[in-house]
Design a protein around this ligand. Structure first.
Ligand SMILES: [Zn+2]
Length: 341
């Protein structure tokens, strides 16, 4: 089920945005929860309508349903396992699935329980699909002023440290709404994470301008989620290129959230040419109704990329990935064999 036969990598993929709608609907019914739209078809229409939202913060409303449903270990394990099966079916070789443990503690689960449940789903998903490698990223959340959930975010740092390995939970992220308070307010959380030696990525420069990318780079991250608004500050682009900061670009998400006008107007290709190691990812497969193949189609048909660019960007992804070095070497060697002169 793919038109792109080189090893594909997805580094930016949210668990609670990449479920099968029929599964979420079934899990909701079993738990006595009514999803927006009422029926399965109605729920699909709701997601479709929201995906044409006016802003990122509007778009985030789509996550209310999954957040309501995914409050027990079984549901988290099931959707994790299914997502790995889906990715394997799309021919993805390596993926990093991210989720915010604190969003799954409204019932009986602690943040650690949520991580355990996702790890369990990962284990069964990998067992069924031995050809794919998958690691996990735990996200802190921006839900308002940084004080709103400071303790929960600090707990996520601790939980990430507890489970941190090179085969399971591999990094920490900050996700959620942008621009409510300056991103720099979250610096002490990243300081703690750095002290623990955690791998770091951070959402920035999507709905907000280049200043948030500058702040995120200041946190000591090696990767930025989105980050495309760095383009409006060429000096910062130069500095980021020098530092080798990877951008996790998610074209369809950017177009749907209207943080970029269209695929054709997206600066990803220019950023690649300016020396930024760009990577291409899906963000939310269910909400955006995309696979990596779809994103690559947009790359080739509308965004100015060539097939060699796609392979080079997957090499960037392999270099950016929080994966074991032997796997990295193997994937890069395979990707290089697909490059054409
Ligand atoms: Zn994201």
């Amino acid at each position: 089920m793919t038109n792109y036969h080189f090893p594909k990598i997805d580094l930016h993929l949210h668990l609670d945005g990449s479920f099968r709608t029929e599964t979420l609907y079934r899990l909701a019914r079993e738990r006595g929860i009514t999803l927006p739209g009422g029926t399965l078809e109605g729920y699909r229409k709701f997601l479709y309508d929201c995906s044409g939202a006016e802003s990122v913060n509007e778009y985030l409303k789509m996550f209310d349903g999954p957040t309501q449903v995914l409050q027990d270990a079984d549901s988290l394990s099931v959707i994790t396992e299914e997502l790995i099966c889906d990715l394997a079916g799309y021919g993805v070789r390596y993926a990093e699935i991210r989720f915010a443990p604190q969003l799954h503690t409204a019932g009986q689960l602690s943040q650690s329980d949520a991580v355990e449940a996702v790890l369990k789903g990962r284990a069964s998903g990998l067992k069924k699909n031995p050809g794919i490698h998958v690691n996990l990223i735990t996200c802190m959340m921006c839900v308002g002023p940084e004080t709103a959930n400071w303790d929960a975010n600090m707990e996520t740092v601790e939980v990430c440290r507890r489970y941190f390995s090179d085969d399971g939970v591999v990094a920490l992220d900050l996700a959620g709404a942008e621009g409510i308070v300056p991103l720099a307010n979250f610096a002490p959380l990243f300081e703690k994470a750095r002290e623990y030696g955690l791998n770091l990525t951070c959402h920035a420069g999507d709905s907000q301008d280049w200043r948030t990318v500058r702040d995120a780079i200041g946190f000591g991250v090696s990767r930025i989620g989105h980050g495309h608004h760095i383009y409006e500050n060429p000096e910062l682009v130069r500095k980021a290129a020098e530092k080798g900061i990877f951008l996790e670009i998610c074209p369809t998400s950017n177009v749907q959230c209207r943080t970029r006008e269209s695929y054709a107007m997206h600066p990803a290709k220019n950023l690649l040419q300016m020396g930024i190691p760009v990577t291409i990812n899906t963000d939310n497969m269910a909400m955006a109704r995309v696979t990596l193949d779809d994103e690559y189609d947009h790359c080739l048909n509308e965004m100015g990329f060539t097939m060699n660019d796609l392979i080079c960007m997957n090499i960037n992804s392999a270099n950016a990935a929080f994966m074991k070095d032997d796997l990295r070497k193997q994937i890069i060697a395979e990707l290089q064999s697909y490059l054409k002169d």
